[in-house]
Design a protein around this ligand. Structure first.
Ligand code: SF4
Ligand code: SF4
Length: 363
């Protein structure tokens, strides 16, 4: 059952009945969207303050409440091994199922918990998002956490596909859809994404490699994130991982080694991005990450066998480039998150032009 949908002319619209929840006795519900599995009493909100139980029915408050529309290079997400050089329509909604002390988008991600009228913004219906997507190569569901606007993201994907079909676009020119996610989505959510082939690629956070860090800094747990990464890796979706290195909190060499070893255990081909932290929000008292720490992290990850390790948020030269792991040939050069050179000739069968090694990049 759905309540009245948001209208395109910018009306505030109404909430949409949630997907992925179970009705319990006493008009309670159990939300199955993310690994928190909140049990929510009638009239109450879930942990994320984005889903509300109204009389035993769970509603998504984020539906249509998109904001921050921009067309960005896919490298900005960052994806370095998926559709390099393309541009993605990017947006998010208020809300998140984490509470990271360093959140760059805290005014958006934490708004439902901290501000009274977080959702009192004009709605953008999926049909309109689909029309905007026609001006880009794909769509990135990003900025906050796409899991908490899953119903909306799903409809945006389906509407985009419908519009492409209507316009007679060949399948090969279909827009891609990517999630930029903290990886806390539930198995049920992941299964729903897979069942309808909604998402082509996920850029997932691995914010640290110890439980204490996840609890203290993100208000969450590490294990569900690892499970999600394993699921995505096993699926047909393309996967890239980023890790923000925060001085004193998750920059210990042993932890970086353990994380790298774990990722390499899944596949040495998974791109791993170490990102520089800048003091912000509730971690303004910490210094920015030193470049030597990031370079050391890259060295450790390479020692553990990872073939594609990148450094982000610095002016260091060459740290965003892709080189052949066998012969060292420069394959894709990037600067300021844009592709400046691409030496891979056959994009259907990407190989190093110097030694022929197969390179896992999806063009
Ligand atoms: S999305 Fe997660 S945090 Fe939000 S209500 Fe559902 S289970 Fe709870
Ligand atoms: S998961 Fe991302 S959006 Fe959510 S609070 Fe953390 S940094 Fe912010």
């Amino acid at each position: 059952m759905k309540t009245a949908r948001a209208n395109e002319s910018g009306g505030a619209g109404e909430a949409e009945e949630a997907l992925l929840y179970e009705k319990l006795a006493g008009r309670k519900v159990r939300c199955e969207l993310c690994s928190r599995y909140c049990t929510i009493a009638d009239g109450a909100l879930g942990w994320c303050a984005c889903r509300e139980n109204r009389g035993g029915t769970l509603y998504s408050l984020t539906y249509g409440k998109s904001t921050g529309f921009a067309i960005d290079p896919i490298e900005k997400k960052p994806f370095f091994h998926f559709k390099p050089g393309t541009r993605s329509l990017s947006f998010g909604t208020p809300g998140c199922n984490f509470h990271c002390l360093n959140c760059q988008n805290w005014f958006m991600s934490q708004a439902p918990k901290e501000a009274e009228r977080a959702f009192d913004i004009p709605s953008t219906v999926p049909e309109k998002v689909a029309r905007m997507a026609m001006g880009a190569d794909g769509v990135a569901y990003t900025y906050s956490e796409p899991t908490i606007f899953f119903e909306y993201a799903r409809d945006c994907v389906l509407e985009t596909r419908k519009l492409e079909e209507k316009e007679g676009a060949p399948k090969k020119d279909a827009r891609y859809h990517v999630f930029v996610t903290n990886g806390y989505f539930s198995k049920e959510c992941f299964d729903a994404v897979e069942k309808e082939h909604l998402i082509d690629a996920m850029r997932m956070d691995l914010k640290g490699f110890n439980e204490k860090f996840y609890q203290k800094t993100c208000g969450a747990s590490l294990e569900p994130v690892l499970e999600s990464i394993k699921r995505v890796h096993k699926s047909k979706m393309h996967l890239e991982i980023i890790s923000l290195i925060i001085p004193t909190l998750n920059d210990q060499k042993e932890e970086i080694r353990a994380m790298s070893k774990w990722v390499a255990g899944l596949s040495k081909d998974i791109p791993l991005h170490f990102i520089r932290f800048f003091p912000y929000y509730k971690l303004s008292h910490l210094p920015q990450t030193e470049e030597k720490t990031l370079l050391k992290a890259r060295e450790i990850a390479r020692e553990e066998g990872l073939k594609y390790v990148y450094i982000g948020n610095t002016l260091l030269e060459g740290v965003e480039d892709t080189r052949c792991p066998k012969c060292g040939e420069l394959l894709v050069a990037r600067s300021a998150l844009q592709v400046t050179l691409n030496k891979i000739e056959d994009e259907k069968n990407p190989r190093c032009p110097a030694c022929g090694t197969k390179i896992p990049i999806v063009f």
